[in-house]
Design a binder for this molecule. Structure first.
Ligand code: GAP
Length: 669
């Protein structure tokens, strides 16, 4: 479990986000919609900054990465080729009563009492009575199906029941109290042994905290049988037992969960006026596939040579079973993804003589021509960590998870997840908090482009002149060795993708022959980050409480969001010392106009200067500028200077207005 104190922190963060306009629940006025969040004025700025910084770092500051902005809805074949239609699913279990789903791997263990039933009976007489009551209560709502059943029951039981009533043997109070129900069934069974009950033999178990809650279990079980068609169910075979750390019961309803079943996470829609199966389309569950689908166009038009990357930022949609932890797992979210295409190791070896596999810890340095997939993978992990440090997440707040062979997709060679220690992140048995995923960096081999080549019938390969030339100079035994290795890798991919053995062999041979002519399908390293998770990490990391004493000596706790100036939604606030002095206001507006042209600036003249500072601290504004009488020349040597206050320590310094812009710009770049 996460530390309860830290969940209090999470609550404070959620409340601050709403109070200050970072994040609101989507459609809040209608009660919200689970898994969807809106960013308010401060959140929108913060998000823009994050995406802009990522774009800068990943494309504009690099010569080897270009950008893409693709559509959210693509041809459905894209998702068949990528494997999402068949395999993008979570294993889920369902409450058989409420139909609420939980991810099979996320059910919290529960200890207590389990009440089990072998099934339920319903006496025909009770059913007849319940249907009659229903008809009497609202004849207009009484359906034809109900009427047909009532007629049938009437035929079967009516003469005998009428006789029973006439003899005063039956008090048909079936739907009133449990006591009278019990009495009634006993009486009916005794007097009318031929009237068999309807029996539902589906067993059901209900978890309750302790035996004192047994009525709750009975109520839920009856509701369960009612949903299955009985109108007045009589539970049979009640058994009570103890259970420890069971993950078989729904956390809310307590009913035993259904067996785990895969549930596809893609959200569907229809394209065009006809809502038919042929027109089904998907809202993309990741931005990456558009990059693969457009690989050829981008490669040709950007005149990039391998290794190079294509970056994209945009919305993704997943029908998450259990959206949770605020924006951490949402159904609509944004991704920042890079597909970095590299040469297969066999090509690198052919050109460079050997692939550099020397182990180094940390960043492997500037890219080198003899890097294979391992070095490139390490490089991107370290580049991404540098990025996170650059936006204010220190290394000690991050964690790492190397996916185990069982966790890895069959085509992936390695995946490193960069984690952040969120307030809700759980500690392991040793008390160590590893964190939750912020970004995954995957070495995905040539799987994605190969899939699109097979499904579209369009070549996704590239021609590498350097390789073609190098190959001709290789000794024959090296050619054979590399060719065999490449053949084996391609055969493995084709076989695992279900290509029949003979065809797979033939295609893999053709691919190996292609390598000798300088042709191959690029491999890819994929750093894939979530914008919303990063925003949440930045807010959690910036959240700081300080306790000041007010004028009367009373302690007062307030919040400072210590954002890195690069990501801060507002970079600078301009505050005239007094609102009622036109000369101060005029000067402050003048300074504000200059600054807002260059960065996100805010003008505030409401309330005491202390209150205004506190408001900006809570918004995470790193610098506040006060225009006072010295600015206007009360002390001539301070003419046209302002007081600049630092958010994190309240430190103040005097700066000339003329140098303000550059001073701040240098700190937010
Ligand atoms: N193309 C690879 C891919 O999409 P992923 O691990 O499924 O990989 C990448 O997603 C990143 O997207 C995650 O590390 C996370 O930051 C973000 N992400 C994924 N699902 C999310 C969700 N439901 N809500 C918010 N962010 C999510």
């Amino acid at each position: 479990m996460a530390n309860p104190k830290e969940n209090v922190l999470m609550e404070k963060i959620v409340s601050l986000c709403k109070r200050r306009g970072f994040v609101f629940q989507s459609s809040e006025i209608y009660g919200g919609i689970n898994g969807f969040w809106d960013y308010g004025p401060l959140g929108a700025e913060l998000k823009r900054n994050v995406k802009e910084l990522w774009w800068q770092a990943m494309t504009r500051q690099r010569e080897d990465v270009v950008g893409l902005e693709a559509t959210i809805i693509m041809a459905p074949q894209v998702w068949r080729a990528s494997g999402h239609v068949d395999t993008f699913a979570d294993l889920m279990r369902e409450c058989p009563l409420t139909r609420k789903r939980v991810r099979a791997d996320q059910v919290e263990p529960q200890s207590g009492v389990v009440v089990s039933y072998a099934g339920a009976d319903e006496h025909l007489a009770a059913r007849w009575r319940a249907l009659s009551d229903k008809k009497q209560a609202d004849p207009l709502k009484f359906s034809k199906i109900d009427q047909a059943e009532l007629d049938q029951l009437q035929k079967e039981i009516s003469p005998r029941m009428a006789a029973g009533i006439a003899h005063g043997q039956l008090k048909l109070q079936a739907s009133k109290t449990t006591g009278s129900e019990q009495e009634l069934w006993g009486e009916i069974a005794e007097n009318y042994p031929n009237l068999r009950p309807v029996r539902d033999v589906e067993p059901i178990s209900v978890f309750i905290k302790d035996a004192g809650n047994i009525e709750r279990a009975r109520k839920s079980a009856k509701e369960f049988y009612r949903q299955r068609g009985l109108i007045v169910p009589q539970l049979i075979g009640e058994q009570v037992s103890e259970v420890k750390d069971s993950i078989n019961f729904h956390p809310e309803s307590g009913l035993e969960l259904t067996p785990a079943r895969p549930f596809n996470l893609m959200l569907q829609t229809w394209v065009g006026p006809i809502q038919s199966d042929e027109n089904v389309a998907y809202l993309r569950p990741e931005t990456a596939q558009a990059i693969f689908a457009q690989f050829k166009n981008v490669h040709e038009t950007s005149r990039q040579k391998l290794p190079f990357g294509i970056a994209q930022v945009g919305k993704a949609f997943r029908n998450e079973v259990t959206p949770r932890n605020f924006t951490f797992r949402s159904r609509e979210f944004e991704q920042m993804e890079l597909e970095f295409f590299i040469k297969p190791d066999e090509a690198v070896e052919a050109i460079q003589g050997a692939v550099n596999v020397e182990p180094v810890t940390g960043h492997p340095g500037e890219p080198q021509a003899n890097w294979g997939w391992q070095k490139w993978h390490q490089y991107w992990v370290e580049e991404r960590v540098r990025f996170y440090e650059g936006v204010g997440l220190s290394r000690d707040t991050l964690g790492f998870h190397e996916q185990t062979p069982e966790e890895l997709a069959h085509y992936a060679r390695a995946t490193t997840d960069i984690l952040y220690k969120f307030p809700f992140s759980k500690a392991d048995e040793t008390g160590n908090v590893k964190g939750d995923e912020l970004e995954g960096i995957a070495a995905r081999s040539d799987f994605d482009l190969s899939q699109h080549e097979r499904f579209s019938g369009k070549s996704m390969g590239v021609f590498d002149e350097e390789l073609r030339t190098a190959w001709t100079k290789l000794p024959p035994e090296k050619q054979t060795e590399l060719s065999q290795r490449y053949f084996a890798a391609r055969l493995n991919y084709l076989t695992k993708s279900g290509v029949p053995a003979e065809a797979a062999e033939k295609d893999a041979r053709a691919d190996a022959d292609g390598l000798a002519k300088g042709q191959y399908i690029p491999h890819v390293i994929e750093p894939s980050a979530g914008v919303d998770r990063l925003i949440l990490a930045l807010i959690a990391s910036a959240y700081t409480e300080v306790t000041d004493t007010d004028a009367k000596g009373k302690p007062e706790t307030r919040v400072i969001l210590k954002f890195h100036p690069r990501v801060a939604p507002i970079k600078v606030a301009v505050l005239p010392l007094l609102k009622n002095r036109p000369e101060l206001v005029a000067k402050a507006r003048e300074v504000f106009q200059v600054l807002r042209g260059e960065m996100s600036a805010y003008y505030d003249d409401g309330g005491s200067i202390g209150r205004r500072y506190a408001r900006q601290d809570e918004a995470g504004t790193p610098y506040c500028i006060t225009i006072d009488f010295d600015t206007l020349g009360e002390k001539p040597e301070l003419l046209n200077t302002v007081t600049l206050r630092h958010r994190d320590d309240g430190r103040q310094e005097r700066l000339a207005i003329s140098e303000l812009c550059e001073w701040i710009r240098a700190r937010i770049r």
